[in-house]
Design a protein around this ligand. Structure first.
Ligand SMILES: [Zn+2]
Length: 1034
């Protein structure tokens, strides 16, 4: 396999220098390059490694250069500088490198001779890339689309620069704080052979050590994808640190090995004895005669010689005892993949696991469930920016922009910013404040960069007769009713882009200054509108300073798949304005005679208590099902403490620990203002000065929307607070609730229960929290009712009582939780008084059978919402429509409702056949699980040849999910388990179409939850670019 891949690579890569380098040294990487072991001994695989956080206490660039070492002495450039000579000097030495965000920074600074040397080390297996993502992503608050993208970004860097020897085979999630089953499934689909991680619940770990189940086969998608998502998974013994006493880094205080008997303090015998003790105490908890020791930690190996010199001696003197003392311990330099290979060769049966590793606690009262919500604004920004990146890549692809536009570079800026933001101290919210600002700034720069690409694309796609489309601008603060463009201009167009493969109808809410506007659609048809005054709460948000909008202009937009629609918006002149005013602004109704307020459309009805403005009843008018419900927003006081023991564990950036199991409820009540208009009804609920919400029911929608605004969280009482939205219903949910994993498959949760060990619950609230990336629901099987809450970002969620759902929205805390960040999670916002966060929840109530259809569809429309942009124009409609398309779709027809176009972008990729025209990457996904919906859960077939209006496909090849290998070349290791026979991969007959004689229709079949990845080239497409996107920075 190595040889054929090598040939393919040379054929497809244009960089002649690189090809020459590879010919010089025949690659011997991979399992073939692994060191020899001794079958009759305990083999100790020493894995020299460094764990380099892509931002945490310092920013990613501060870490790279070793700047601000007063915060943390860490400089990644020195790690790579110092490891390379050590590896060169001794062929037995090994090193793994993990985070490509750092490696790429270093690589771009190297000259040709250093690159040549490094390629040699990679080709001989001495330097091995493990994981290979842009970062080691968080698993609790990331979305699967961003996880796939950030890995594909790292993989592509490695593929372009190192070919097959640079292809990672092992997942290495040594530091993330809990592990998602979806992540395991994605890793398996990347073609990984195994996964190692460091953190799991301390009770789980104890049990596994006792039962020898630290290593297992994890079923990543037991109900849907089956074997192709199975992943061998190992729990590391020491987290990711060396055994106690054996840290040989310059920043460690452990004793070096002093082996000259002539000098003072000779300590070899003692040190070896201690080491053997460490080996034996680890080996008894693992099944084979191989163990892995992680020799490294955070930012270690800045002076690699310290480590290697002492490990050399450790290996020498320990192994010497094999001769002198009949010792059966054999120590060697190794890598995670070489260790895994030995486990595979052991030919034993492994236990299995089908749930996940959430939540994680390292001791009683210390559940790492706070970070599911920490930095809720950053979490929202990362999610929204994912959609922006997808739209940017799609527009670049459908407009077929070539290198003249420099779009490869522009898109790369946002790809890298998003890659960095997925790190386990980024979107997780566990970084210092200055680092959080840096992540947000990177995303903002990336978005600006992508806006240039999108404008270039619009300039290609818009004009009918001539170019000269004026370009559009975007508004990033629409969620707080702020947008310069819509505030300043009396007449403008709004171009809405829809990144989904389906026609989408959504509600627009534009910040405007006047109380009457006309809106016309793409065919000049008048669009019904509603004007709503901006409420005082919104006006008081400090980040809105300087914005003038007094009203929100509400109207529906409809946008074709992968396309745009244009809306023409004009302020009505003042004389007409006056006449219309009374009619256009609905009055706030607070004096209705009944003691309840009802909001109703054709599908649902909501009842509110008039005194408190809180929801009391939901009715599904389609099937007549009623649900008594109490919805409110309350808060827990964060537990204070000094961490000295578990009883004194405070709530912090990582940890959620309320000081009481009952949250604080406000006693005061405020009457709820309502707005009833032709398009939307709204009820404003005030829980306190700093906690408010608006519940909305739009015409024709089967869901209600709750927009919450929380903050500034007061801290004058010296208590941190954690704010949660609660839904108390009468459903008999019987301890069971359901949460999604990374926005995809749903896992069943049971209160105070773990599927694989007997839980001793010490935190009845925090210990029942799980990540909610997009949805949480409860069911009453007898009544056949499901109540679902969709979120617009990742949050922590739970069901603390039967029939109840709670979601943590925002948190502000005054104690550091002593897990390293050394800062309380105290976001202060632009005015220093406390950050205000605003977000949305969508609520659904239907029969169990009907619910998947609604939450799958809404999940897609929420995370890939249409993106509005604006342009000033003086043209009349007749002129504008003569020059420009007012609506356009990149697809010939909408995709079936259960199919999602997950990826569309220009992508060089690992094609077999050297391509003369620019290739594109396409991922198609079935968004339903098996048996979720009677119809939509069935397998579905789409024709890819007829899909895109501008594409005539010339060749198509199927790739692994990470897009770095032809699927037909994937051969994963096989494992035997205690409850099934051999697990095999590639059982499905993957269809890999070759270049010649493509049929007219290329049918792609998708099974439930399946994602298939294709690289296509187009007939008469533009020539392949010679520019390597990973060197454009240097
Ligand atoms: Zn880390």
């Amino acid at each position: 396999m190595m040889v054929s891949s090598f040939v393919i690579y040379v054929l497809s890569v244009i960089n002649i220098c690189y090809a020459a380098t590879l010919r010089d040294t025949e690659p011997t990487c991979g399992y073939e390059s692994c060191p020899a072991v001794k079958d009759d001994m305990i083999n100790v695989h020493l894995v020299p490694h460094t764990h380099d956080d892509v931002g945490w206490l310092k920013t990613v660039d501060q870490y790279y250069y070793g700047a601000r070492n007063n915060i943390q002495n860490a400089g990644v450039q020195y790690v790579l500088d110092s490891v390379i000579p050590e590896l060169l000097n001794d062929p037995s030495k090994r090193f793994i490198y993990v985070e490509i965000a750092f490696f790429a920074r270093w690589w771009r600074e190297q000259d040709d001779s250093m690159r040549h040397i490094v390629k040699g080390l990679v080709n001989s297996g001495r330097l091995e890339f493990i994981l290979g993502g842009w970062c080691m992503n968080d698993e609790a608050s990331t979305h699967y689309n961003a996880i796939i993208d950030q890995h594909a970004l790292g993989f592509e860097f490695l593929r372009q620069n190192f070919g097959e020897c640079g292809r990672p085979r092992i997942g290495w999630q040594i530091d993330p704080f809990g592990h998602s089953r979806e992540q395991a499934s994605l890793f398996a689909q990347f073609g990984f052979d195994g996964l190692f991680f460091g953190r799991l619940d301390f009770e789980d770990k104890e049990e596994r050590m006792k039962e020898l189940t630290m290593e297992m086969l994890w079923h990543g998608s037991p109900n849907n994808l089956g074997e192709k998502s199975d992943l061998f998974t190992g729990v590391l013994f020491n987290g990711y640190s060396p055994p106690g006493g054996f840290c040989f880094d310059i920043f460690c205080q452990d004793e070096p090995i002093k082996d000259n008997k002539q000098l003072h303090d000779y300590n070899v015998d003692d040190r070896v004895k201690d080491f053997i003790k460490a080996v034996e105490s680890q080996a008894i908890h693992y099944k084979t005669n191989h163990i892995i020791m992680t020799m490294g930690s955070d930012f270690q190996y800045q002076d690699a010689h310290h480590w290697y010199k002492n490990m050399d001696k450790l290996i020498k003197y320990t192994n010497m005892l094999q001769e002198t003392n009949h010792s059966n311990i054999n120590v060697l330099y190794s890598t995670p993949s070489c260790y895994l290979n030995q486990l595979n060769k052991a030919g034993i049966k492994w236990p299995t696991k089908s749930d996940d590793f959430f939540p994680y606690a390292h001791r009683n009262h210390s559940f790492w469930t706070g970070y599911f919500t920490s930095r809720a604004a950053l979490k929202g920004y990362v999610r929204e920016t994912n959609a922006f990146l997808q739209a940017c890549k799609q527009l670049d692809a459908i407009a077929m922009l070539d290198e003249y536009f420099n779009t490869t570079y522009e898109i790369q800026v946002l790809k890298e910013a998003m890659g960095v933001a997925q790190h386990h101290d980024a979107v997780s919210g566990t970084e210092k404040q200055q680092v959080a600002y840096d992540y947000a700034e990177r995303l903002s720069h990336g978005r600006a960069s992508c806006q240039r690409v999108m404008n270039d694309a619009f300039m290609q796609l818009m004009p009918k007769l001539r170019d000269g489309f004026p370009g559009v601008t975007w508004c990033d603060l629409m969620n707080i009713s702020a947008c310069n463009h819509t505030e300043i201009n009396k007449k403008f167009v709004m171009v809405v882009y829809n990144p989904l493969g389906h026609t989408v109808t959504r509600w627009m809410r534009l910040p405007v200054v006047a109380d009457a506007y006309t809106v016309n659609g793409p065919q000049n048809e008048p669009i019904q509108t509603q004007i709503i005054p901006v409420d005082d709460r919104t006006k008081s948000i400090p980040e809105r300073k300087g914005h003038m909008a007094l009203y929100t202009l509400v109207f529906p937009v409809s946008v074709p798949p992968l396309g745009f629609s244009t809306y023409f918006i004009s302020k009505i002149p003042s004389y007409a304005n006056k006449k219309k005013m009374a009619k256009e602004i609905p009055r706030k109704i607070t004096n209705s005679k009944e003691d309840k307020i009802v909001m109703k459309n054709e599908h649902m009805s909501l009842e509110f208590n008039k005194k408190t403005g809180t929801l009391t009843k939901l009715r599904n008018l389609g099937n007549g099902v009623d649900l008594d419900i109490q919805q409110d927003i309350v808060f827990y006081y964060g537990h204070p403490g000094n961490c000295s023991e578990s009883d004194f564990q405070p709530s912090g950036a990582y940890i959620f620990r309320p000081n009481n199991t009952t949250p604080h409820v406000w006693q005061r009540s405020f009457p709820g203002d309502t707005i009833k208009g032709p398009l939307v009804q709204e009820i404003y609920t005030v829980f306190s000065e700093w906690v408010t919400q608006v519940t909305r029911l739009y015409e024709g929608e089967k869901y209600a929307e709750i927009e919450w605004t929380v903050g500034p969280i007061p801290i004058d009482d010296k208590y941190g607070k954690e704010v949660v939205a609660r839904f108390n219903t009468t459903l008999a949910s019987n301890k069971i609730f359901y949460t999604d994993a990374n926005g995809r498959e749903v896992l069943m949760r049971e209160r105070n229960y773990r599927p694989t060990w007997k839980l001793n619950q010490t935190e009845p609230v925090a210990g029942n929290y799980y990540p909610v990336n997009s949805r949480i629901y409860i069911q009453d099987k007898e009544k056949n009712v499901q109540f679902t809450v969709m979120t617009d970002r990742s949050e922590g969620g739970a069901s603390i009582y039967d029939g109840q759902i709670e979601l943590m929205l925002h948190r502000r805390l005054l104690y550091d939780d002593c897990l390293g960040v050394a800062e309380p999670l105290n976001e202060t916002g632009s005015d220093g008084k406390g950050l205000i966060v605003r977000g949305k929840m969508l609520i659904l109530m239907d029969t169990i059978d009907n619910s998947a259809k609604m939450h799958r569809d809404l999940g897609l429309k929420t995370y890939m919402a249409p993106i509005p942009s604006f342009a000033k124009t003086d043209y009349k409609y007749s002129e504008y429509s003569q020059y420009y398309h007012t609506t356009w779709s990149g697809l010939t027809a909408p995709l079936p409702p259960n199919v999602h176009l997950l990826t569309l972008e220009q992508w060089k990729g690992p094609a077999v056949t050297p391509s003369t025209s620019q290739p594109y990457l396409i991922r198609l996904e079935h968004i339903y699980e098996k048996d979720e919906d009677p119809e939509l859960s069935k397998p579905v077939t789409v024709s890819i040849q007829d899909m895109f209006v501008r594409f005539e496909i010339e060749s198509i090849e199927e790739l692994t999910l990470g897009a770095n290998l032809l699927l037909s070349d994937l051969h994963r290791l096989k494992w035997q388990t205690t409850n099934t026979e051999y697990v095999t991969d590639n059982e499905r007959a993957y269809k890999v179409e070759k270049l010649v004689s493509l049929p007219q229709t290329i049918q792609i079949e998708l099974s439930p939850m399946e994602i298939r990845t294709f690289q296509v080239t187009l007939k008469g497409g533009q020539p392949t670019s010679n520019i390597d996107k990973f060197t454009v920075f240097s």
